[in-house]
Design a binder for this molecule. Structure first.
Ligand code: SF4
Length: 332
């Protein structure tokens, strides 16, 4: 029988041990239904999730809720929205209690005197032209001033079909303001014209993502295996989609065949009672879903399947390390 130690030399075994003890249990929280942008293609608004629940506004209820989430075994809170920085007292309820990651468009600066080491992920959808077209604003100009040199911040660069062949300029800009970047792909939930993936484009993009990782290893937080899985939708001999997705809210998971999944994962709406189906939205077509976190988690929950060879297990370790770096369970 193949075991982890039989597949890895001492260097890789040490890397494996560093991550295998982390035991990350994440859940996702809609902090608010409000946003100070309205991006074309944002699943939260295009799916009507902003109207799924009335916001809870009592800070004490948020604090009690986070305590109960901790009791449930959650040890990583992923805050999304709407725009979480519009409700910093709610963000504080999480940050005081557990490791917290805040997704933001970066227009409002998280005050570091209150949130010294909270991980911040700034959404970015391309260069100035694409940002203006999809989001109505060149957000990088503002967010890069707010977060320049911040050691607990990275850009979550959502690559659109329009960005293929143009990613290097963005990555250099991010490097030059002293921040990191992680790449994911647009799913085009609102069917915006000109932003569909065309045949062959994803293969080109995979090569480009690999090149960026090789050229800017201190800036890009990624792995080539992640690039392969997210651009092909394939992992080993399996295809991503509803039957395989690990990021489904546990009490809403009606699938009979029980794929490997994130244990105790729930995505909560901002009333602290309503649950959403998954980490994106129930209106998204799973067969075209390109969600980066769901693909990453798909790999991570399937360790045993990657124990068929040394190379497969090393790929699995690199993706787990990438995830752990993005949420600062291990250093960059
Ligand atoms: S839309 Fe994406 S994240 Fe949601 S269940 Fe489908 S595959 Fe998973």
């Amino acid at each position: 029988m193949k075991t982890v130690s039989s597949l890895l030399d001492s260097h890789w075994y040490q890397r494996y041990q560093n991550i295998s003890k982390l035991n990350i249990r994440s859940s996702i929280y809609d902090v608010t239904n409000q946003c100070n942008l309205r991006c074309k293609g944002c699943f939260f608004f295009s799916s009507g999730e902003d109207k799924a629940a009335r916001e809870e506004t009592d800070p004490e209820k948020w604090a009690a809720f986070v305590d109960s989430e901790k009791q449930r075994g959650v040890n990583l809170a992923i805050l999304i929205g709407g725009e979480p920085t519009l409700c910093l007292d709610r963000v504080a309820a999480f940050y005081a209690r557990m490791p917290t990651y805040c997704a933001t468009n970066g227009l409002i600066k998280v005050p570091r005197d209150r949130f010294a080491d909270m991980m911040v992920g700034i959404s970015l959808w391309g260069d100035e032209d694409d940002e203006k077209r999809l989001r109505g604003k060149d957000t990088f100009r503002i967010s890069s001033k707010n977060y320049e040199g911040d050691p607990y911040t990275y850009y979550l660069y959502t690559i659109t079909p329009n960005q293929v062949g143009r990613t290097e300029r963005i990555i250099k800009k991010i490097r030059d303001v002293g921040l990191k970047v992680h790449m994911q792909l647009l799913s085009n939930d609102e069917g915006v014209d000109g932003f569909y993936w065309r045949d062959g484009e994803l293969a080109d993009l995979r090569a480009e993502m690999d090149e960026m990782l090789d050229a800017y290893p201190d800036t890009v937080i990624s792995s080539k295996y992640y690039h392969k899985v997210i651009t092909t939708g394939k992992m080993l001999d399996r295809t991503f989609g509803w039957a395989e997705c690990p990021s489904v809210t546990e009490p809403m998971d009606t699938r009979n065949h029980q794929p490997r999944r994130l244990i105790r994962f729930i995505r909560w709406a901002s009333d602290l009672e309503t649950m959403h189906r998954c980490c994106t939205s129930a209106t998204r077509d799973c067969s075209t879903c390109k969600d980066g976190a769901a693909h990453m988690s798909w790999i991570m929950v399937n360790k045993r399947a990657h124990m068929r060879s040394t190379e497969d297990l090393q790929n699995w370790i690199e993706v787990y390390e990438m995830f752990a770096k993005l949420y600062q369970f291990i250093p960059w």
